[in-house]
Design a protein around this ligand. Sequence first.
Ligand code: C2E
Ligand code: CA
Ligand code: CA
Length: 312
Amino acid sequence: ASIGIALYPDHGDRSNTLMQYADVAMYQAKNSQSGYAIYDPEQNTHSIRRLRLMNDLRDAVEKNQIAVYYQPLIEASSNQVVSVEALARWQHPELGNISPSEFIPMAEQMGVIRLLTIQMLKQALKDSGNWNQQGYHLKLNINISTYCLQDLSLTEKISSVLHNNGVDAGNVELEITESALMYDLRRAGKILEQLKAIGVKLAIDDFGTGFSSLNYLKKLPVDTLKIDKSFIADMCNNPDDRAIVKTVIELGHNLGYSVVAEGIENRQTFAELKQLNIDTVQGYLFSEALSANDFFSWLCKHKQQPARKTAG
Ligand code: C2E
Ligand code: CA
Ligand code: CA
């Protein structure tokens, strides 16, 4: 537990204000892992926007107002769309578009990430079910955060959502960020084993950043490595980045994993990655993340592109 402390009358004289400030202090305590923290107005320059967002985020999640956007994953050899990654989008009524890089960490801290993850999964299964009926059979990639991997009932929840939607677990891949695994490796490893046992696929997201440890990579039941886009962005100009990408692809293949490169923005990078034997690619070159409707339109158009001839 982490304790946040706000004092009357130093920090405020209304119970609402004091509770909010105590919240801010609690998150500070969590961040610094100090156990407790006293509200510090100095350290809290961004707190107004933050408090507002946190306040509204809980509401937005509970009312199912976080939208799911989709970005295609493409098999490099055939140019076929094989899967789609679900990415959370929050359109705040007054503050506009809030980036997931800002609100996902908040959702984690506030404990609403589990609900959000399950909602994302449900919505994505619904949308992909529709595409499936139109003849597009796509797998689904869902992002799973640290905090979910501490939840011993996660497997059961996911399993029941899949069951209710009649979806085979093998069609779903969970993308885990590396830092998430480090949090409590034993417990996370146990949960990953359970997930693996029901048949879902597991990917390590943002591979190469965070606390990569080849040792735990060896121990965890992973199917896919996703090379972080920071290595892909400049790999055509930067020999070091290219060497890292090449090595990670070989490492992944030697360990029997499939390897995905994300953040591909131009043809040259795509060509280079194909030469390095990449399995799957993702990036603005193909499509950014789109709403369900826009993604479906994109999907219909992509099907008519020359790549299909190669496959058929
Ligand atoms: P991520 O999982 O690594 O997702 C890839 C991010 O890269 C997405 O940003 C995507 O829009 C962006 N991207 C895709 N192609 C390109 C490209 O060619 N160039 C560049 N520069 N960027 C590209 P987004 O949607 O802003 O998401 C940011 C992060 O937020 C995600 O990184 C993921 O860690 C997290 N996130 C998003 N949705 C969820 C969710 O439902 N649950 C959890 N736990 N995390 C999520
Ligand atoms: Ca991801
Ligand atoms: Ca990533």
